[in-house]
Design a protein around this ligand. Sequence first.
Ligand code: BDP
Length: 770
Amino acid sequence: YSGSDLWLRYPEIEDPTLKKQYAKSATAVIVQNAGKNPVHRHTRDLRMEPGSREHLVTTTLEAAEDELVRGLEGLLGTKVPVHTKPGQHVPDGAVVVGTPKTSQIVRRYVDAEKLGTVGDDGYLIRSVSRGRHDFTLIAANTEIGALYGTFAFLRRMQTRQPVTDLDIAEKPRIAHRYLNYWETERLYAGNDETGTGGLNGENGAVFNFAATGESADRNLPVILDRYLVVARALASVGVNGITINNVNADNVYLTREYVEQTAALADALRPYGIKVGLSVKYTAPTDERFAPDTLTEDQLDPYGEEFRDWWHRKAKQIREAIPDFIGFTVKANSEGQPGPQDFGYDHGDGANGIAAALEPLGMTVYWRTFVYNADVDNDRLKRAYLEFGPIDDEPQDDGSVGRFADNVFLQTKNGPLDFQAREPFNPMFGRMENTNQALELQITQEYTGQNTMLCYLGPMWQEVLNTDTYATDADGELLDHRLVGNVVDGTAQGHSDTAIVGVANLGNADNLTGHHFSQANLFAFGRLAWDWTQDSEDIATDWVRMTWSNDDHVVETIVRMMMGSWEALVSYQTPLGVAHQFADGEHYKPYPSQWFLKDDWSPVYYNKADSVGLGYDRSPTGSNFTAQYFPTLAERYGDIESTPENLLMWFHHVPWDHRMDNGRIFWDELVYRYQMGVQYVTWMRETWDSLKPFLDARRWREVRDKLAQHEIDAADWRDTNVEYWQEFSGREIPSDDGPVSATFVVNGTEYGGFDLSADSYRIPIPAGGS
Ligand code: BDP
């Protein structure tokens, strides 16, 4: 088995008793009026690749019916009949799906008021008893809500939970749950044989556009099986939008030829509730390929009619092909991308100019805040807030505060640097109270082991979302709800439009994500986007059950491996808050001594190693970046004694003999951390070996091979760094037995806990480095 179905595998349930029980609660599928509301624009022109396994559906309820039939057949091992015209009689054990509009059964058995509480995307799942007849009702206000409920019902069987006596009401906390798809950049999920190049060699994109595809007859508008697998999987976790091209945008996506292809993709995704958007360059209007409809640079005035009309025309053309088009994502004045500052305007002017053009079409601008310029601030981390903060604070003529338009989201990475394995949260969260804020997370493992290292990111995102911003109101009073997650879901500062964005890891690899365990990160992103208060261990458990096995021992073992894997990576790559120690632009291997191209791309800029210590002083005695946080945190992070140890070097230049909480000096602790991280990987590799009898051969072998390389590369991180730091510390490698157990506390729970003094888990650190 290649892993190509992601978590929608539906293998037959082994336990005969349970299978029988489930079968009693799934004797028939009833989705009334499933074919009634076709959502394709171009249904006639859409076609699947030759020999396809998947098939196109034209409505969202058809997708629900299709999934139930497929899922139940797989899990139960027999075909479950579909009743198309049940009338008033609902057979015992039926599963009924619908909305009040489409289903008289829903109208009859569901309380309208209760249904009202789950909103547009939510659903109810209820076990209904009618005398001797029991059936399950999956009801929603919209067809997409019904589809989400269907997946939730199937997930209960996939994870072996009860499907009787149900009374479930669910709805998402965040409205726009989107992916940003950077095409071939930073994917690490390409099929070696058919990979189409890109930055990192193996980066085959998941969607094939003209000239980027594998071969012409597999290019859009032809729909490949894997697009529908992706659509189903994304819908199953509630993702409802994709910006389909790189933020370093190529204007070709705005040409008619490409818009037509995007429209075909949008048609195929639409039944699954997934809308599409595009990344654009700010200067697209000057691109010759749109001639004669081009502007000169002088006409790029965001307040001018030419500029706004141009964007309006383009957006309108797109809408003709894609009626539910999301809008544009813009990376401006960032890493060489053009933007309003090149023409004497600021981000507010630029974003609002495009937003004004889109507003009559009901579209949105996602304006990224990933801006930095070390020359200006002597600390790259300060730039975003310096540029965006004042615009958010600006009083307006109408008496309101904040200049950004209502249909602008500022899209901000979780940390102030760039998707490092652990960052403090970005102080923009909470500080931009007058502007819509979208949180951007990186699902693709650019800085977290790419397609080689097993690193489950659920705990990282849980940590980010649950961090207290200590945000205050205008009177300086602490807000009631002020975690990063509250800022994002609008409850902190009363925002009604909300968004979260994940930079996707999908590619054309057989298993779609390169490393089998990278599938878990896509799954976890969707689940947390839906409800960020969920526990990352529960999410991991669901994923393992749906993807690998329901054997309790296997589930428990794999979940344990996953839960410590991120802390382990932090530990052997960048422990205690030292950041960005990567070689060149590939962002996989270590190179702490490197100085290249630009200061703020260089490991030395971040580590500041010297004879005194290690780390970047951002306290009031240093760059004073800490002042961008609300007072409680500004104070906490500004003082080395109160800074959490896992963020120490983000904020301080830590003396080699600084005393840590456990009594060790900083130097010793640092070395131990590197060692613990590597030993966790060794433990994962050995643990995985022990699972061989329980798992399918191909996937077990592929993961084993990755873990072997993972261990070698983790040891390289440890040795390269420890050896280099030693040149500055001048101290011996600590020579006692080191940590006796590698445990990592993840969101309050301890993982690992195995004994590292046992010889098998000890890789001695070579004296004096490697
Ligand atoms: C960095 C990536 C680069 C992206 C950039 C961004 O290395 O490929 O273009 O982020 O987010 O992490 O714009």
